[in-house]
Design a protein. Structure first.
Length: 276
C-alpha cells in the first residue's frame, strides 16, 4: 500500500480524521476535507486535524507541532478543544512528544497541554472573554445568549425553563450575522446544580456534534458570568461524555479523555478525485 496515512480519534465522541503531514505537503482543499468528513462517501468526522511542524507552515509558535484544524465543511477554524486533546494524545502515542507537558500551536495561539498517565489530557485554553449578548432562533423560538470568545466565537444560552434535550438542533439555528460575520458555535445549557452543567451544541461548519471543547469552556464562562463571577470550576455533561472546566480572569483549562481508535491509508485515487 502506498496511500496517505490517516488515523481516527475522538474526544468525548467529537471525532476527527488525523493526517500526519510533518512537512506540510498535503493539498487540503475544502472539497477534499468535506469528502473525508462525509459519513457516507468518506471516513466520517466532525473535522480534520493535520499534524504539521509549525516551521513548515511558517507560523509563529513556541511548540514544535501545529494543529491545522479544518471543520467538516472544509473551512479553517481557529481552535478546537477536543481536537487539541486528540492531537496531543497522538503526539505522545507516536513518540513525537513525551508524556507530560508540552505546547501545541493553533491559529488561536499556543496551547500548553499535559498528557496524564491515565491518558486523559488537560489543555490551557487561554482566556474565555465575554464580548456581549445576542440572540439565536431555534425552530422559530428566540433565545438570548452570552457571546464568548475562546479563540473562536460562541453564543451560549443558559436555559432555566427548557430542557436542552427537547431542542430541535437538526437545522442551523439562526443568529445575528452582523455580530458573528464568520459564523458562531451555539451552545444550549442547563444548570444541574452547583458546579455542574449539561450542554448541547451546534457547531459552525459542522452541525450538532456530540461535544465541543471550546464550547464547554464558553458555557462555563457564561454561566459564571450570569451568576456574577468570572472564576470557578464545573463539570460539563455533553452527549459524548463529561469534561472538567476551570475559568478565571484571563485563563481557562479543559480536561477530558482523548482516544485514538483506528489507523490506515487513504487510497491515492480517491484522494485525487476528492480534491477536484
Amino acid at each position: 500500500m502506498g496511500g496517505i496515512e490517516f488515523l481516527k480519534g475522538h474526544g468525548t465522541q467529537n471525532d476527527f480524521v488525523l493526517l500526519p503531514d510533518a512537512a506540510g505537503r498535503l493539498d487540503l482543499t475544502e472539497a477534499r476535507i468535506a469528502a473525508l468528513c462525509d459519513r457516507h462517501r468518506g471516513l466520517g468526522a466532525d473535522g480534520v486535524l493535520r499534524i504539521v511542524r509549525a516551521d513548515a507552515l511558517e507560523l509563529p509558535s513556541a511548540g514544535e507541532w501545529f494543529m491545522d484544524y479544518r471543520n467538516a465543511d472544509g473551512s479553517i477554524a481557529e481552535m478546537c478543544g477536543n481536537g487539541v486533546r486528540v492531537f496531543a494524545r497522538y503526539l505522545v502515542d507516536s513518540g513525537l512528544a513525551a508524556e507530560g507537558g508540552f505546547v501545541v500551536g493553533t491559529r488561536a495561539g499556543d496551547r500548553p497541554v499535559v498528557v496524564h498517565p491515565d491518558r486523559s489530557v488537560t489543555v490551557q485554553m487561554g482566556p474565555a472573554t465575554i464580548t456581549g449578548t445576542s440572540v439565536t432562533v431555534v425552530a422559530g423560538r428566540p433565545f438570548s445568549g452570552v457571546a464568548v470568545d475562546v479563540g473562536n466565537p460562541h453564543l451560549v444560552t443558559v436555559l432555566d425553563d427548557t430542557d436542552v434535550a427537547d431542542l430541535d438542533l437538526r437545522d442551523q439555528p439562526d443568529y445575528d450575522h452582523d455580530v458573528f460575520p464568520n459564523g458562531v458555535n451555539l451552545e444550549f445549557v442547563n444548570r444541574l446544580g452547583e458546579g455542574a452543567l449539561r450542554m448541547r451544541v451546534h457547531e459552525r461548519g459542522v452541525g450538532e456534534t456530540r461535544a465541543c471543547g471550546t464550547g464547554t469552556v464558553a458555557a462555563v464562562a457564561a454561566a459564571f458570568h450570569l451568576a456574577g463571577t468570572d472564576t470557578g470550576a464545573s463539570t460539563v455533561d455533553i452527549p459524548g461524555g463529561r469534561v472538567e472546566v476551570t475559568v478565571s480572569r484571563g485563563a481557562s483549562t479543559l480536561s477530558g479523555p482523548a482516544e485514538i481508535v483506528a489507523r490506515g491509508e487513504i487510497d491515492d485515487a480517491w484522494w485525487a478525485a476528492a480534491g477536484s
